[in-house]
Structures are given as structure tokens and as C-alpha cells.
Design a protein around this ligand. Structure first.
Ligand code: AHQ
Length: 255
């Protein structure tokens, strides 16, 4: 079936083939990590200390568009998902990024500035102004279209497929740890507090993955559905890769 769009015409049916075991299915999902954007030459440049301050600033400014898309994408999943138990877990992701101010019955307030604010602080720590981050003036067209493809997929696909597309986060803890391990040494001019976003994700991402992976292993339970899940994960890996292609092409890659 040749389609111009990642959206499936219908949910693949049982075709008589034996499904992969959960273990086999999970390992096939994890195997996709070999094309995760941690291996993209632009990211390798960033994390091996070869990026100029300007390349770092433009990476932060472009990635901001991805960061502000995450809660929109997650709200689309929530809106499509009728299962309260799933939503109870998934809502964390929106709070992680948008932050919250939660009034307790005793009058106390729980507050958190959220990951988007932390990303702005990263940008300011690299020398960008808050204004030029939030007004998206540096966002490249191809970065914008890649991210919009992600949001639109999450809005239109079955919510279980959008859950599956978040599983590039299986590989995210490594990339956040890599930044925390290398940026202070390579880019001592970036104030350490600016890296707080990456610190937050080292605990938030694994928590997200537990829910996203279990839902995916549960729902995609025929061979055809499992192949669909692998196709969706590749679609999302391509989104992250394409963003780095655009930034590399525009800002250069120092090998
Ligand atoms: O900061 C990231 C984040 O909050 C998320 C949510 C998740 C999703 O729902 O698609 N993916 C994701 C990712 C974040 N950071 C990226 C990075 O390289 O800093 C990695 C990205 C991902 O692996 O999908």
C-alpha cells in the first residue's frame, strides 16, 4: 500500500501470522534506537564540544519549537483518549512542560515553572534573549514542518498510535545524560543552572517511557499492529533526524 501520509487507512487486522512475544516486540522497538538523533552529525558536533556558541544558540532556539509542541501533542492525545487511568498518567507530561500552580485543600500551593520555562533559561544561559526565543524568529521552516507533522499526527491518529510515537524517549535519557556529562567541560561559558532542563528529563523521561511502553506493548498485539508500531516509531525518529538535518544544513556541521 503506497500512501503519501503516515495515517493508516484502517487498523491492520489479524492476518494469521504469529505475533512477536512482548520481549521480541520490545527489543525490536529498542533496536530502532540505532537511528536516534544522538547519532546525527549535528548532535555529535554539539556533544563533542565542536559547536560554536552561535550553533548552540540556534540549536536551542530551534528546539524550543519542539519543546512548546510537546504539551500540545500530549493534550491532543488526552483529548482522543477515553480512558481515565491512561489520562491520569499522561497528564503528568503536560504539567512537566507547562508547569503548574496547584491549590491544595489546606490553602497551600504546589508550583513548578515547567520545562518550557527551563528551556528558555537554557536559551538565556547560551546568550539568547527571552524575546528572540519565544517569538520563534530563528525557527527554520523544515524544523517547523517536522514538528507540525508530529502535532498533526497526534491529533489525527488513534491515541494509541500517538502514544507509540512518543517512544523515541526510550533513547532520550542517554542524550540528556550525554549533554550533562559533556557540556560543562566543553561549554563552561554556559551557566550550569541553564542545564536544569536536561537534569529534569533524566528522571521524567524514564517515568514517561514506563507508561508509553506498557501501553504500546499492550495495544499493538498482532503481527500487523506490531509492524505498524515500528513504522510509527521510525516516522518519529525521522522527525527528530530531519530537524537536525535542517539545522546542520543551515548552521553547518564542524566534524
Ligand atoms: O525534552 C524532550 C521531551 O520532553 C520529549 C517528550 C517525548 C515525546 O513525547 O515525543 N520526546 C521527547 C524528547 C525530548 N528531548 C529530545 C532531546 O533530544 O532533547 C528527545 C525527544 C525524544 O526523544 O523524543
Amino acid at each position: 500500500m503506497i500512501r503519501a501520509d503516515i495515517l493508516a487507512e484502517s487498523v491492520p487486522f489479524f492476518d494469521g501470522r504469529t505475533p512477536l512475544t512482548r520481549k521480541e516486540f520490545e527489543s525490536q522497538l529498542r533496536e530502532k534506537g540505532k537511528v536516534y538523533h544522538i547519532f546525527h552529525p549535528f548532535n555529535v558536533m554539539l556533544n563533542t564540544g565542536k559547536a560554536t556558541p552561535e550553533q548552540i544558540r540556534f540549536w536551542v532556539a530551534n528546539r524550543f519549537y519542539y519543546q512548546i509542541a510537546i504539551p500540545i501533542k500530549d493534550a491532543a492525545i488526552m483529548a482522543n483518549c477515553p480512558d481515565r487511568n491512561v489520562r491520569r498518567g499522561w497528564v503528568q507530561r503536560i504539567l512537566d512542560h507547562d508547569g503548574f500552580e496547584y491549590g491544595l485543600p489546606n490553602g497551600e500551593k504546589l508550583m513548578d515553572e515547567g520545562g518550557i520555562e527551563a528551556w528558555i533559561r537554557l536559551g538565556v544561559a547560551t546568550g539568547l534573549t527571552r524575546e528572540e526565543i519565544v517569538d520563534l524568529r530563528h525557527v527554520l521552516p523544515a524544523v517547523r514542518y517536522s514538528v507540525d507533522a508530529y502535532i498533526n499526527f497526534a491529533r489525527r491518529a488513534p491515541w494509541q498510535e500517538a502514544v507509540c510515537s512518543s517512544l523515541t524517549e526510550l533513547f532520550a535519557p542517554d542524550i540528556h545524560k550525554q549533554r550533562l556529562a559533556t557540556w560543562p567541560e566543553h561549554y563552561p561559558w554556559i551557566e550550569s543552572s541553564g542545564l536544569q532542563y536536561f537534569r529534569n528529563r533524566t528522571s521524567q523521561a524514564p517515568r514517561d517511557v514506563i507508561q508509553g511502553l506498557n501501553l504500546t506493548l499492550e495495544y499493538f498485539n498482532t503481527r500487523a499492529l506490531q509492524e505498524r508500531a515500528l513504522e510509527i516509531l521510525k516516522f518519529k525518529l525521522d522527525i527528530l533526524w530531519a530537524m537536525n538535518d535542517a539545522m546542520g544544513q543551515h548552521y553547518g556541521i564542524t566534524a
